[in-house]
Design a protein around this ligand. Sequence first.
Ligand code: NAI
Ligand SMILES: N[C@@H](CC=O)C(=O)O
Ligand code: NA
Length: 429
Amino acid sequence: MADALRVALAGLGTVGGGVIRLLDANRDLITRRAGRPIEVVAISARDRTRDRGIDLSRFAWVDDTSALAAQDDVDVVAEMIGGSDGPALTLARATLAAGRGFVTANKAMLAHHGLELAELAERGNAPLKFEAAVAGGIPVIKGLREGAAANAIGRVYGILNGTCNFILSKMEAEGRDFAEVLAEAQALGYAEADPTFDIDGIDAAHKLSILASIAFGTRPAFAAVQAQGIRHVLGADIAEAAALGHRVRLVGLAEAGPHGLFQRVHPHLVPFDHPLAHVTGSTNAVVAEGDHVGRLFFQGAGAGEGPTASAVVADLIDIARGVAGPPFAMPAALLAAPTAADSGERRGRAYLRFTVEDRVGVLAEIAAAMRDAGVSIESLIQRGVTVEGHVLVAIVTHEGPERCVAQALERLRGSQSLAGQPLWMPILG
Ligand SMILES: NC(=O)C1=CN([C@@H]2O[C@H](COP(=O)(O)OP(=O)(O)OC[C@H]3O[C@@H](n4cnc5c(N)ncnc54)[C@H](O)[C@@H]3O)[C@@H](O)[C@H]2O)C=CC1
Ligand SMILES: N[C@@H](CC=O)C(=O)O
Ligand code: NA
């Protein structure tokens, strides 16, 4: 049997701990599949004394994480620290520059520095792999980069954040409060170190920028993703959506068009008959539309110890087998700088929710703003649902340009009739 692939682990939290447990649990199977053993030769994290429920005494502990990059007995560093910059980025740069393999679960770092790291990997002839970074255990990076490599992709979209999907599902099924459910997702290890990254759509935007790069041959461009999370979605919106035959889902969507690349993360209304409506809990799902393969649907666990470790170890197995390839599906020099498409040009139906004063003329004012901006109303519902003493008005628009809806909302800005910001959600078509 060939020599072992010697791996250093940086970060021993949910994901890093999971990688050790998985390598222990499936050691023989993994060795047979990889063609050689995968051996952890060094570990590093912030706190050596923390009880992780694993016997770490068999591994060499390294205090200075960045020193792993220079160890001669290390072939690959697996980074599971997190953070777009800081120690993770220092380690990535040093490891790839030294010609060693680098496996990471860190979508924030790839979204911001993916191009640079891919260039370093190519220069150092070192594998750079990141299956765990997008949709956790789902092999969607492999699926797009390898399985769908022959296709021009028109659109890629999906549920990319397990924490938000967990929260939305619980809010719907159990009528529970946003904050209470977030605490539960954190306890289960789904949430990012800074959970605002989850609930404000930033984590999903990181992942979308990576998917878009692979799907469309563009450089990962986090700054070009419009991101809004689920913070402003009320239980009443979820109930209203259900009455309209929809579920609320945080959807990341990237689409290539004649005017450039459109990338957005936003809560959407998803019709019950769309498979994304049936993705619940921390499950993720990605849809990719290829010109020859048609619609691909990937679904599975997007977060948590076991699923994420599964993706990290799959990358290690690939490296042990000698399978690499360009990180973003084509050489870094061929990745184009994306032109951001204007969202105002997009057409679609939308859900609009207003919390209003319950008095004469309010509905007329909203309807007039819609009329003046050229927004055609398909249905308008005022149920007398009160949100902190105000009435909820929900509107579904006919298909039309998003620009018109934005103009209507602009006309209503500052209106004395409105209590708080209206919520706009596109309806997934
Ligand atoms: N938890 C999950 O379900 C998923 C996490 N990820 C990504 O995996 C990475 C790790 O996430 P988790 O394991 O959840 O985080 P975590 O917070 O549970 O673990 C982070 C680990 O990094 C170590 N660390 C932090 N700062 C350090 C530093 N300056 N130097 C050395 N070590 C340091 C900590 O000691 C800890 O062992 C992140 O990039 C995250 O976005 C990706 C997919 C799913
Ligand atoms: N915080 C992320 C973890 C996986 O990437 C999520 O909730 O999806
Ligand atoms: Na994945």
